[in-house]
Each structure stands twice: as C-alpha cells, then as structure tokens.
Design a protein around this ligand. Structure first.
Ligand SMILES: Cc1cc2nc3c(=O)[nH]c(=O)nc-3n(C[C@H](O)[C@H](O)[C@H](O)COP(=O)(O)OP(=O)(O)OC[C@H]3O[C@@H](n4cnc5c(N)ncnc54)[C@H](O)[C@@H]3O)c2cc1C
Length: 496
C-alpha cells in the first residue's frame, strides 16, 4: 500500500498535479506508515497478542454505555508488567494514547477510546490470582481477574472481596478499582476504596510504582494508593492489586418485600436503619423495573443481613416486621447468602432489562442513559420524591432502582435518538438528576465514575462545595494528572 501511494504521488508530482492532492496523499501515507510501524513495534513486544482486525477494533470502540468512540489502532493483551512497561514506552515514543480495559462494562463512557491514535491495552490475559493469605486476609491478584471468579476462589478460604457490582460475572478487579466501583454488598462494606491495600502500576513515564502496604494501617506520606482508586485509567496501568478481604458471614438471612408505593419502601429502609440493623445487601426496583425483570408490577425491596449463627430468627422477624409495619408484603425469605443471591438475581438485571425495554421501544434508535447519584440516607425520601416529580415533568421514560442501602440510586432513562428534541430533553433530565445528588449533599457519581458523560456535572459538584468555584480543585486534579502522565497518553477526554 505504501509503495503504491508513493508511486501514485510521484506520478502526480511529475505531472505537476501537486498542491492539495500532494498534501492529502502525503498525510494519508504518513498516517498509514506510522500505524504500520506502531503495530510492527507492538508485535515485536506482544507477538500474536496484537489485534488489528476491524471487527475486533470495533468491539473495543465501545463500553456498556451509549457513548460513541473511535476505533483504536490496535488492541494488545500483555501478560506481565514488563510487557506493559514496553507498551507504555512505545506509546510515549510514537506519541500514541493508551486506553486500558478490563471487561468494558463501564456505564459513563470510561472505557471508550475518544481518539483513533489509541492502543487499547486489554487486561484479559493478566488474570491470575497470585496469592491468598488466610491469616492476613489479603489476596494478591492481576487486574484482569473477574470479580465472581475471585470470590469463587476466596470462598474456599471462607473469605470474600466484598466489592460486588451487579456486573460481577464480567467486571474485572482492575476495572472495579479504576472506576471506584461499589455493588450490592455496599450497604455494609462500601466501595472499592475501602478494600484495596496496595497497588502496582505503570505510570506515564514508563516507571513501575508500588503504593500501599500489606497492612490495613499504612502511613507512608501522601496517600497515592487512593489517588489510583477511581482514576479511570487516566494515571497509569494497574498491573497488580493487593486486596483487603473480609470473612464470609457465619450465617445470613434476608427478605424480599413488595410495596404499592415508593414511600413505604423507603420508610422500611429508614426503619431498619433506625433499628441499627447493619444490612449487608439492601437493593430496590421501582414498579416498572420490577415488571421488566419478571416480578409483579410493584415496588420491590431486598434486605439481607449477615448474622452470627443462632441469631437468624430474631433478625428475620425484625426484617419481616419492618416490611409489614410499612404496609409491605414479604414475598421471599432466604436463610443463607446462597439463597439470598438467587432471590437477588432479578435485581442484577436492572440495566439489561432497561436496555431490553429501550430496544423494544425504539429498536436500534434507542439511546439509554443510566444515572448514579447517591444521597445521605436521611435524604432518601426527598431524593426519591424529587426524582418522581422530574420524571413527570419531562415525560421521558424513566425507571428507578439501585443500591438503596447506601443511598445510591440509578435512574435510567431512554429516548429515540433520531428525535433531536427528545435527546436534548434527555440530556437536560440527566443533568437535573445529577443536581439532586448535589442538592442533598450527596454525589453526582457514587460508583460508575465520571467518564466522558459527567464532566460538566463534576464541575458543578466541585463548585457546590467551594463557594460556586470549581477551578481551584479542578486545576489541582489537572496538575496531578500531569505528574503521573506527563505526555498525556492515558485515556484522554475522561474525568477532566
Ligand atoms: C449490567 C451492569 C451492572 C453494573 N452494576 C454495577 C454495580 O452494581 N456497581 C458498580 O460500581 N458498577 C456497576 N456497573 C458498571 C461497571 O460494571 C463497573 O464500573 C466495573 O467496575 C467496570 O469493570 P470493567 O472490568 O468492565 O472495567 P472497564 O469498563 O473495562 O474499565 C473501567 C475503567 O477502568 C480503566 N481500567 C480498567 N482496567 C484498568 C487497569 N488495570 N489499570 C488502569 N485502568 C484500568 C478503564 O480505562 C476505564 O476507565 C455495571 C455495569 C453493567 C453493564
């Protein structure tokens, strides 16, 4: 190809047909030449684990959100940290971007390449569990291990990594850490930031850094470990993680409650909290979502509590009473975590059920946005009331569900993308939902991250805490990014 372009160029040149044609062809030839050169160099590092098939590149131009992206120039699957260092150095040398991906299940456009001069570095082959310490309660893992696979292995030791996103079958540990993810056990255990002890990462100079400790207490200067958690692949490539573990519960009980309205459901959550029952799993779906996942057309609440053996009966009674006291009906009971996990299966389909409905309504023209606000628990009734009002005001299809036990709600909306007015309305609604998080001193993103979809909301959130001025914090973040990534190669166009 290069040869033929050169010959064509020479002919045109000889025939004095220069100017524009000459320039365009030269640029084309140069780009093509550089891409071939980069791919060859990548193959020199990773051999057959470099992919340039257009169908593969298309797959990696997306994540699970509706954010559109570019085809990267290549996808590479390194197997160890040395290989990652070489790839990062190559990207610096050729001025290419690096987008690290785990399973691409992100919901804010976090894993979508925004430029075509990007190398996607997939962690699919770095998926080993290196060590599990039964005494120190940690696991050393490579970042590509999937959360469910890890927890299956840990169960053999009676341990768990309690960061359990609804996408846990696919999501990788590296992706969860990088998005600062949470999940269905968040009511008790909180998000990833609580459950990582140490990380190894390759930063944007090609250096390998190790941050954090093997101990829970760790004071070693500034907390660089926490900077990486939630950094969405913008500061470096995480190549190993030491995860903090918790014991699996001795025993577990839970109920599934059904309600006629959302107020009663929320009041049940508040009641349980006031009774100082520290729920491990506390999830909900509104009536439409319930129907979409195969339950009755009512509001559903899952509440599960880990207990010491012998305490099951008392706790179960307390849960049942709270549901009934708030005019609900107990429609399911679980006597173990395994039973509760089965009961919870429909809840895990929140997003896929909404997608299914959206595609049913608009076919390939469906455009879906999933929000991710959190509010303090005491503000849940206000936030849910505001959301219901907003839904009515905009007249856009919206369903609500989420991790109600930590105040994290996922309103999901969809429109026909060929209707420009509807799309504009949906974007405004998306922003207004985010502002509910801000209004009640919560957050615009509890666990999905900023990605490319929430950059404006991030500014609003920062401004709300800083007398209307986001710039000081924003500039600090930009400077931090520059320190770790001086050549701006990592996941450009995200967060900032
Ligand atoms: C059906 C469904 C349910 C979901 N439920 C939840 C939920 O309950 N809770 C929740 O928190 N999220 C949820 N999500 C969102 C998503 O699954 C999580 O954010 C998850 O953590 C992403 O993991 P991943 O491996 O797919 O990462 P990816 O999407 O591949 O990447 C996530 C981000 O991390 C970066 N990254 C990935 N690996 C590395 C690495 N090794 N080093 C540096 N950067 C890296 C990427 O560049 C990207 O910015 C859900 C998604 C879906 C589709």
């Amino acid at each position: 190809m290069i040869k033929s372009i050169t010959i064509l160029y020479k002919q045109l040149y000889v025939n004095k047909l220069r100017i524009n044609i000459k320039k365009d062809l030269l640029i084309l030839a140069y780009h093509y030449y550089m891409t071939v050169e980069v791919v060859r160099a990548l193959e020199g590092i990773s051999g057959e684990r470099v992919y340039t098939d257009p169908d593969v590149l298309r797959l990696y131009s997306r994540d699970a959100s509706f954010e559109s992206g570019e085809h990267p120039l290549a996808v590479v699957e390194p197997v160890d940290v040395d290989e990652v260092v070489k790839i990062v150095k190559l990207a610096i040398q050729y001025n290419k971007k690096v987008i690290v991906v785990g399973a691409s299940t992100s919901l804010s456009g976090n894993a979508v390449p925004k430029t075509s001069d990007a190398i996607v570095v997939s962690m699919a082959k770095m998926n080993n569990i290196i060590e599990v310490s039964e005494v120190d309660w940690y696991a050393r893992v490579q970042p590509g291990v999937r959360v469910d696979e890890l927890n299956l292995e840990l169960a053999r030791y009676g341990l768990q990594w309690p960061v359990d996103p609804a996408s846990s079958k696919a999501a990788t540990v590296g992706g969860v850490i990088s998005n600062g993810g949470g999940g269905v056990r968040g009511a008790k255990y909180g998000p990833a930031s609580h459950w990582v002890l140490a990380l190894q990462a390759v930063i944007g100079t090609g250096d390998v850094i190790n941050v954090g400790c093997y101990t829970v207490k760790c004071r070693e200067g500034y907390n660089l470990l926490q900077l990486f958690i939630g950094s969405e692949g913008t500061l470096g490539v995480i190549t190993e993680a030491t995860l903090r573990l918790a014991p699996l519960p001795q025993s577990f009980v839970g109920v599934l409650g059904r309600f006629n309205n959302v107020e009663d459901l929320v009041n049940t959550v508040i009641d349980i909290r006031k009774a100082k029952l520290w729920t491990m799993i506390n999830e909900f779906l509104d009536e439409r979502l319930s129907q979409l996942v195969g339950l009755d057309n009512k509001f559903h609440l899952w509440v599960g509590v880990d207990v010491n053996a012998g305490g099951e009966g008392i706790v179960l009674e307390q849960l049942k009473n709270s549901v009934v006291k708030n005019h609900g009906e107990v429609v399911g009971v679980a006597y173990s975590l395994g039973e509760f996990t089965k009961l919870l299966e429909p809840r895990r389909r929140l997003y896929t059920a909404a997608l299914h409905a959206a595609f049913g309504d608009y076919g390939n023209n469906a455009l879906v946005f999933i929000e991710d606000i959190a509010v303090p628990m005491s503000k849940l009734p206000n936030a849910v009331r505001d959301l219901t009002e907003l839904g009515g005001k905009y007249g856009i299809k919206m369903v609500i569900g989420g991790h109600i036990g930590d105040g994290n709600i996922h309103p999901t909306i969809w429109v026909n993308k060929s209707d420009k007015k509807e799309v504009e309305k949906a974007v405004r609604l998306f922003e207004e939902i985010g502002k509910i998080g801000i209004k009640y001193r919560g957050t615009v993103s509890a666990e999905h991250g900023i990605g490319s979809q929430k950059k404006e909301l991030l500014k609003e959130a920062l401004a709300a805490k800083n007398q209307g001025n986001y710039t000081v914090l924003y500039n600090l973040m930009a400077q931090i990014k520059k320190v770790f990534d001086p050549y701006n190669i990592f996941n450009p166009g995200k967060i900032l």
